[in-house]
Write a protein of this length. Structure first.
Ligand code: FMN
Length: 315
């Protein structure tokens, strides 16, 4: 998620779940071809399994960037066919690519030929007012024939005119039933659903029919949910870290990042504001960590202040 799931956020999420697959923000081919590649692609080795999401529509550029991603160590290359922003539309990629399945197939084929890790696609169920199942079925069929075996479906349309990206994550209705229908029609493909999933009950319901779920906003806002996933969905032991141990590990990470790269702690801390959500004292803890006047203090001192006089520390 743009501006959210940067490498600091992913480092944090990996402390909470050792198994969930993490995705980068969308990185455009333009940013990799003309920009600062290490800034966009560097990640911590603890983040595996981690997928690089690319935005673009030029097969040769995407193949080049996919290769770069694999050289950097990413475990999967994902193509964004779901972003509705105007900037992305001007670049003729993202969700508007759903109108051009043959071009997406060319892009996928070029990437599949260039790399040995899975090439996957994230897309919507339709664009604008196209409501028919056949539209998304034909898209998936065409792209699968080019070598994509994994589809992550944001189960709502993208309305390319008149809605902001935020509204495009809220206004077009969710239709998970269409994703289930895709799975029935393409049982050999890995089909994951996404959109509006906020509880274990909903996850379980989807996993009965589908191969996976992708969680966006709820995971970001209530990250402690991730601490249960290894045990619930991967047959692994429960998270071995308490909330406070996670916070301490983040402080150690902030210190390392500052030492090695000069990263200010607040650009890391902003991702963990939901860590204690739901517990008494969480609000004050969050206020301290986001207090601009403390930006000059070392993060260990900020952590001390955030816990001062309250029992959060024992939770
Ligand atoms: C701030 C923000 C940025 C996002 N950026 C991306 C992105 O870069 N690539 C992408 O495929 N989806 C992006 N999304 C969409 C999410 O991946 C997801 O499809 C959407 O939020 C619906 O899932 P959710 O209800 O679980 O959040 C973004 C969502 C948010 C809130």
């Amino acid at each position: 998620m743009m501006d959210w799931t940067d490498r600091h956020c992913r480092f944090f999420h990996r402390l909470l779940s050792r198994r969930a697959r993490l995705y980068t923000e969308m990185v455009t081919t333009g940013a990799l071809l003309h920009g600062d590649v290490p800034r966009h692609l560097d990640f911590d080795s603890s983040e595996h399994p981690v997928a690089l999401q690319l935005g673009g529509s030029e097969p040769a550029d995407l193949a080049h960037c996919a290769k770069l991603g694999v050289e950097w160590g990413y475990d999967e290359i994902n193509l964004n066919c779901g972003c509705p922003s105007e900037r992305v539309q001007r670049g003729a990629f993202g969700a508007c690519l759903m109108a051009e399945p043959a071009l997406v197939a060319d892009c996928v084929k070029a990437m599949v030929d260039a790399v040995s890790v899975p090439v996957t696609v994230k897309h919507r169920i339709g664009i604008d007012k196209v409501e028919s199942y056949e539209f998304v079925r034909d898209f998936v069929g065409t792209v699968a024939a080019a070598g994509c075996g994994v589809f992550i479906v944001h189960a709502r349309n993208a309305w390319l005119k008149g809605l902001s990206p935020k509204e495009n994550r809220e206004v077009p209705p969710l239709r998970h039933a269409l994703v289930e229908r895709l799975k029935r029609e393409f049982p050999q493909l890995v089909i994951c659903t996404n959109g509006g999933i906020t509880s274990d009950e909903e996850v379980r319901e989807q996993l009965e029919l589908l191969d996976g779920v992708m969680i966006g906003r709820e995971a970001y806002h209530h990250p402690w949910w991730l601490a249960h996933w290894d045990a619930l969905y991967y047959g692994a032991g429960p998270s071995s870290l308490s909330r406070q141990e996670v916070e301490e590990a983040m402080v150690a990470y902030m210190e390392r990042e500052h030492r090695e790269r000069g990263t200010p702690w607040h650009s890391i801390a902003r991702h963990m504001m939901g860590l204690y959500n739901g517990l008494p004292g969480a609000r004050r803890w969050r206020q301290v960590w986001s207090d601009h006047r403390l930006k000059g203090e070392p993060p260990r001192e900020v952590m001390r202040l955030a816990h001062e006089g309250q029992t959060l520390a024992a939770v």
